[in-house]
Design a protein around this ligand. Sequence first.
Ligand code: SF4
Length: 364
Amino acid sequence: MWKDVTAEQWNSWKWQLANRISSLEQLRQVIDLESEEAKEIAACLEKYPMAITPYYATLMDEANRSCPIRMQVIPSVRELQNTEVDQADPLHETIDSPVPGLIHRYPDRVAFLVSGNCAVYCRFCTRKSSTYGRDRICQGADLDKAITYLKNNRHIRDVLLTGGDPLCLSDHTLGSLLEMLRAIESVEIIRVGSRVPVTMPQRITPELCAVLKKYHPIWLNTHFNHPREITAEAQRACEMLANAGIPLGNQSVLLQGINDSPAIMQQLVHGLLRIRVRPYYLYQCDLTEGIGHFRTPVTTGIDIIRKLQGHTSGLAVPTYVIDAPGGGGKIPVNKNYIVSHSAQEIVLQNYEGEVCKYPEISEE
Ligand code: SF4
């Protein structure tokens, strides 16, 4: 499909964005589709659109329906089957939104939804109903309201730019936004949540890094879910960001049939450290409608972390969290390492099951 594309086109993020696969006909040109699967995809596309960058499409195994890359981006008829626990807005993001585009859940920080577009539409996305296919950028009156809210709430010290994907904005738009945020004295740090280092690494250019660098401290969390996403291109993108002084973290989602095994997760976290990305969170899949088939039992996540903790560097172990339904925020979920705790001592169990004691310190 892309045999006549020049290297210059391929390496341009604008070309990647403009040439995303969004129809069944285009998809047929890059992977084998059985007629039943094609029918199911067509049914799903009526409700949820598809977008896959040519770059990310080349990571798919064209003949294997269980390919972990393919499962993340190819629509499935199972998206149309909701379970009784599914909700349209399980995290109550709408309720926690004081002005359009801002989610204010925790006292000192906000999520700022600055872009409605993404390089790919991940089938498991928590915001799939509000993000897919919306090119909305926070601008005009909505942008004014959001900036005014931040100016008036001086206890907000941390702003997370999210969406959609903020790095789908142009350098110019992103630069103006960062400039406005940096002009607010109470905003200490700006974080960017972006999956483009994974799905469209061509977006990470020297020009983008120069824009981001101007507004330090900037932190960036990206979103690798499987070791096969760690390619030479993704590595180059992450290294450019790290070299621009931007600390990088990773937020994976635990996905059934994709990364729900300790071995895969260990390969992933080791690969991330090699490309200078710190595993940060492992999310339990939310209760969003249309993603129930990706959910795993919580015990799967606890077991994965138990098999990492102590068996590899602490830097490689993400915090496993459930984003509590109803807007309760992220709650860490762990195996309990405390056997007992009294005024005299705490009894602990280490990663090999060995019991250890530590004397409790008197508060006097
Ligand atoms: S990149 Fe993030 S916001 Fe966009 S579809 Fe994927 S998970 Fe959702």
